[in-house]
Design a binder for this molecule. Structure first.
Ligand SMILES: C[S@@+](CC[C@H](N)C(=O)[O-])C[C@H]1O[C@@H](n2cnc3c(N)ncnc32)[C@H](O)[C@@H]1O
Length: 467
């Protein structure tokens, strides 16, 4: 089990501790431990023998030596959370058996949704170099790259979408032959990726797609069968399962594919403004108006809350850009910064801003917890020592995520609220909506500042906090 000396994640309740963590947004924690987990670290093994012995079904269950040093940073870390799981093991074993059987080179291999890098780095450690890895989450891609740097492993190209792979001409002639895929949890998202993948695959390619039993459903087989080819479930292990998808030559229904990849935008009226929302199945809420967000925007409107003249507005965790677009329409003089960990969300926000006629007012950037908006050390808010330093606090609007497992969910929301504090800066304000059962009010008061309630119904609470 990995363990680190740093404060764990963003769940620290003390301001000092949180400050350290926010600081960690910019600097990867030092004092990385190089022991523990599964065996001693080795680097850049030249052959596949390191994990071959564990080919699926052989009974032996070794894992690559590098996995013992994998970290989740900048994602939440805690002693209970590991950076790889049995799905990674199964996927890697099946893939390496196929690499050996077919004599595949790394440039014919695509890794999708690798999280902290277990698959990409495991392949390279086994001597398979040149793989392409795609990850929508900026934080997870950062984790993967940081692990590669720490382990001194190179030999892969990383992208945040399959469109980027195509634009960079990183698809091999004839298409990829092998895909290792950590499946997303929603069937609709599985379908999105299946459609997007098909264009990049060779006929006869194999997709190894896996996940935890509790996150997989038989309904996932349908889009895989429909868009790619026959699905053969494999024997599971340690509560993980893998599907083998054999890609067939097929005529794609272009219209149906377009509907999955680029659903029609949806126009809705929210708190007095019309917003047009784009978004596909990779996004929380796709192209729909989130009820919590609608409730927050109504509350802002009811309380006549406005940014100070010239004050920047931030949509932290922008999803499809509802908040950013609404803010730009309501405050035509304000500049709006939108940001999300998901590259797909940022792309959707830009399209939403464009379709809603506010593209000139909204900038959207993919980053982990708005890291790029944190002030540089020499731009910190004025303090007793530097009262003359010009500084402009911000108005941050946030609907934090809370849709992961019960233990982690709070820490994820708190991570964004701590980040909101840093982004708003002293004198700034944070308006947040949250599921009332999460009881963030005490957290906001204790860790950020004076907090008042702007609205509450059976499900949601909206608060305004002064930093
Ligand atoms: C509850 S959704 C809100 C989406 C959108 N603002 C809306 O109102 O519909 C939370 C959003 O936070 C994003 N998110 C989660 N973790 C994040 C992180 N570490 N940094 C930035 N965004 C994050 C998710 O991708 C998701 O889009």
């Amino acid at each position: 089990m990995l363990h680190h000396d740093r404060c764990h994640g963003f769940g620290g309740r003390h301001r000092r501790c949180a400050g350290r963590v926010a600081d960690g947004l910019r600097r990867r924690g030092r004092n990385r431990r190089r022991t523990g987990g599964v065996g001693a670290m080795t680097r850049n093994r030249g052959t596949a023998t390191g994990v071959q012995g564990s080919a699926a079904g052989s009974g032996a269950q070794q894992v690559p030596a590098s996995w013992g040093s994998l970290r989740r940073w900048p994602d939440i870390e805690s002693p209970e959370l590991r950076a790889w799981d049995a799905t990674d093991q199964l996927l890697l074993e099946h893939a390496l058996a196929q690499v050996e059987a077919e004599g595949l080179t790394g440039d014919r291999i695509l890794v999708l949704g690798d999280r902290y890098g277990a698959l990409t780095l495991g392949l390279i450690e086994a001597g398979v170099r040149g793989v392409v890895t795609v990850q929508d989450s900026v934080a997870l891609l950062t984790a993967l790259k940081a692990n590669a740097t720490d382990l001194n492993i190179d030999g892969f190209s990383a992208f945040t979408s399959l469109d980027e792979v195509a634009e960079a001409a990183a698809t091999p002639d004839g298409g990829f032959r092998l895909v290792l895929w950590q499946l997303p949890r929603s069937v609709a998202e599985v379908e999105y990726w299946a459609v997007a993948l098909r264009e990049l695959l060779a006929d006869g390619a194999t997709v190894w797609a896996g996940g935890r039993d509790k996150h997989m459903t038989p309904a996932m087989n349908k889009p895989l069968e429909h868009w790619l080819g026959p699905v053969q479930p494999q024997r599971g292990r340690k509560k993980s399962r893998v599907l083998k998808v054999s890609v067939e030559a097929r005529q794609m229904d272009a219209d149906a594919a377009r509907k999955v990849l680029s659903p029609q935008p949806r126009s809705v009226l929210v708190a007095g403004s019309k917003v047009t929302l784009h978004g596909d199945a990779r996004l929380f809420g796709q192209n729909r108006l989130d009820p919590g967000t609608a409730f927050m925007l109504e509350a802002i409107s009811d309380h006549d809350i406005d940014p100070e003249p010239g004050q920047e507005v931030v949509d932290l965790g922008c999803g499809n850009g509802t908040i950013a677009v609404w803010a730009a329409r309501r405050w035509p003089d304000a500049h709006v910064e939108a940001t999300d960990d998901s590259a797909a969300a940022v792309a959707a926000t830009l399209r939403s801003a464009d379709s809603s006629g506010v593209a000139g007012q909204v900038r959207a950037v993919a980053s982990d917890a708005g890291e790029h908006l944190l002030p540089a050390d020499d731009e910190r808010p004025p303090d007793a020592g530097r009262p003359d330093k010009p500084y402009s606090p911000r108005l941050v609007l946030v609907n934090p995520p809370f849709h992961q497992g019960a233990v982690v969910e709070r820490a994820i929301g708190e991570k964004l609220l701590f980040a909101a504090r840093e982004i708003a800066g002293r004198g700034g304000r944070i308006i947040a909506v949250w599921n009332s059962h999460l009881r963030y009010r005490a957290f906001l008061r204790e860790n950020i500042g004076q907090t008042r309630q702007l609205g509450r119904d059976a499900t949601f609470t909206v608060t305004e906090t002064r930093v």
